[in-house]
Ligand binder design. Sequence first.
Ligand SMILES: [Zn+2]
Length: 155
Amino acid sequence: MPPPLLLSAPTRVIRDAARAVKRKVNLMIERVTAGTLSALLGLPGLVVTEYALEPRAGERDVLHLFCQHEHEVAICPVCGQVSSAVHDSTERCLRHLEIWGKVTFVHFPARRFDCGHCHQPFREELSWIESQRRESTAYELQVHEQCQHTTQAAQ
Ligand SMILES: [Zn+2]
């Protein structure tokens, strides 16, 4: 079995967090709502609508989050015009940061829009994924940092 990607947080961090909750200092306590999961997901513009938990024997469970777009429009990268005309849409799946130790995949429709000005279809730009990647930028950064940490520890 591969080692867990996330190292457990240092004890000091946990102690500090516990103290902060006790003091309620500098902490905005929020009510949990239907939008909480989407907000915590950290992928702006996506709304989590469904989920599935996939148990795997001998391995970490997989959490699938099925999302829709918050906005029904996109901006043409060529001319800057807003379009609501969806040219086509395909389901896309990307790996994202683990949630509570579960390998997490985010499913969402990858849309192309028609620009009424350029008369060319364009793919909407999403700030949290590089084109053609299968991982979110946040996940890639975490893996990168983890590699550096491991390399430093080995030296
Ligand atoms: Zn355009």
